[in-house]
Design a protein around this ligand. Structure first.
Ligand code: FAD
Length: 319
């Protein structure tokens, strides 16, 4: 048996979550159990970081895999895993895992767990921690020794791992597979900022910011902190921001070291997307706003004044 990590690309290299998963796989692998990375499509040429850090890299190239396309990816990943029969297959939570992982699980008849936060070795297998009841409680799920697929939230593990292995690289070609979905247009996102789901710092805002123009206050503080910007659904519904940066049940799940949240009431649909942030700083004019229940630090005040003051304070600290 082996632990497999499904790679995802970012920029010229790999997504930080892929690195976290490879590092954690090394930590929980049983004695002599190999860690194998599966690099499909665009990852094939970006897998250099894995050299020395995993035992084996399986690279799969072929038509339909670049740019990402769900049907060819499902077919390619399922074909490799079916032959390999791994003990665990680790994915980074995100749109790709959400599209591909359940379909691979259904094809192979293996269980799948989404949105996990922790992975530990346990007697006779492994166990994973995941939120239930909208993040109100947490549940350890025992995976036993049979093959299972698990998607983990970004920032769940330390990506540091020694590059001390003699990595073997295997190259394969995927069977041709056409996607049933026809992509009419692709629009590049904001490449300049840190990706929201991987950011160590997220500055988020809600309807309490009053006006689309005031989202610039979030961006300014995010720039000062080197972080990403998120918003509540009310902001997206008002047309002030793109759904790509919505945090919550019907948006992105984030798990940063610091989540600064201003003018957001703290509805469960929002907090489901950020309740594993390590430190939460909430700014709200209403001292009874539910968001304060999730906050480590709370400021009862006007976000339009507090956000610029915070940005100025952060910049002053940096100079
Ligand atoms: C199926 C479903 C899915 C959903 N998915 C999501 C989701 O993914 N993400 C999400 O966010 N929501 C989601 N929602 C909506 C969610 O339930 C809330 O309606 C939404 O989060 C409210 O956004 P808000 O907190 O920005 O606005 P509001 O609830 O209007 O809160 C605004 C807050 O700003 C405060 N405020 C006002 N003025 C100021 C000021 N000057 N300075 C500081 N604070 C101020 C107010 O006291 C208030 O607490 C979903 C709902 C459903 C039904």
């Amino acid at each position: 048996m082996a632990i497999w990590v499904i790679c995802e690309e970012h920029g010229d290299g790999l997504r930080r979550t892929t690195q976290e998963l490879a590092a954690q796989a090394r930590r929980v692998a049983e004695d002599g159990e190999p860690v194998v990375a599966l690099a499909v499509g665009a990852c094939v040429g970006r897998a250099g970081w894995l050299d020395g850090r995993v035992h084996r890299v399986v690279k799969v190239a072929g038509g339909g895999l670049v740019p990402f396309s769900a049907d060819p990816w499902v077919a390619a990943v399922a074909a490799v895993l079916a032959e390999a029969e791994p003990r665990l297959v680790l994915w980074g939570e995100g749109t790709r895992a959400r599209e591909v992982m359940p379909r691979v699980a259904a094809r192979l008849g293996w269980p799948a767990v989404a949105n996990a936060l922790a992975l530990e070795a346990a007697d006779g297998g492994a166990r994973v921690l995941r939120p239930v009841l909208g993040g109100k409680a947490y549940q350890w799920v025992s995976l036993g020794g049979a093959p299972a697929l698990v998607a983990f939230r970004p920032n769940s593990f330390d990506p540091e791992v020694a590059a001390d292995l003699d990595t073997r690289v295997e190259e394969r070609s995927a069977e041709p597979c056409e996607d049933r979905v026809r992509v009419l247009e692709r629009t590049a996102g904001d490449g300049g900022r840190v990706p929201l789901t991987e950011a160590q710092v997220v500055v988020a805002g809600g309807r309490g910011l009053k006006d689309a123009a005031n989202l610039a206050l979030l961006e300014d503080l995010a720039d000062a902190l080197g972080g990403a910007v998120g918003v509540s659904r009310a902001v997206v519904d008002a047309g002030w921001a793109d759904h790509a940066i919505q945090v919550g049940k019907s948006g992105k799940t984030v798990s940063p070291a610091l989540y600064v949240v201003a003018g957001v009431s703290g509805a469960v649909h929002h907090t489901m997307g950020m309740d594993t942030a390590k430190v939460v700083v909430a700014i709200n004019t209403d001292p009874n706003a539910p968001i304060f229940k999730y906050a480590d630090y709370g400021v009862v005040g006007d976000a339009l004044q507090v956000l610029p003051a915070l940005a100025a304070a952060v910049r002053a600290l940096g100079t």
